[in-house]
Design a protein around this ligand. Sequence first.
Ligand code: HEC
Length: 154
Amino acid sequence: MQKQIVAAALCALLTAGAALAAGPARPADQRAPLVLLDAERHIVLEEMRNFLAVLQTIADALPREDMKTIARAARSMGSGAANEIPPQTVAKLPEEFKILAGGVHTTFDLIALDAEALADPKHTLSQVSELLQKCNACHGIYQIKVGRGAVTKK
Ligand code: HEC
C-alpha cells in the first residue's frame, strides 16, 4: 500500500518536472539582448577573454609582488589600448553598456598607475576586486544574441 503511495507521488513529481521542461512561457535568460552579427559577437567575446587573461596575469604576479608585470598587463586593457571593437559595432551598443565598459578600461588604467606609483599589492588586490564588481554588474544586465534584428540602443 505504502509503496503504491510513494509510486504515485513519484509519478506526480515526474509529470510536474516534464511540464516544466516543456518550456516556460518566458525565456530562462532574461538579461537584455545585444543583437550583433556573428562576427561582432566574436570580437566582443574575444575582448572579454582578453580581460580574463590579463586578470590571470595580474593574479599570478601579485603574490610575487611583480608590480612591473601588473602595470604592463593592466595597461594593455586600459583606455589607451587600441580599441578592438569597430565603430559600426560600437554604434549598436546601448549607452549603458558603453559606460560600464568605459569604467572597466579606466579601472585598468588606475591599476597600472598605482602599481607603479604605490607598488602596494594589497591596494592592487582591492582594485582588482572593484574591477570584478564592474565585470559582474554588466554580466548581470546583458547577453549577446546573434541576428540582424533591431538595434538594442537605449
Ligand atoms: C559592458 C559590459 C561588460 C563588461 C564591463 C564586462 N563584460 Fe564580459 N561579457 C559581457 C557580455 C554581454 C558577455 C556575453 C554574455 C552572454 O551572451 O551570455 C560577456 C562574456 C564574457 C566572457 C565569456 C567569453 C566567451 O568567450 O564566451 C568572459 C570570460 C568575460 N565576459 C569576462 C569579463 C571580465 C573578466 C570582465 C571585467 C574585467 C568583463 N567581462 C566585463 C559584457 C561585459
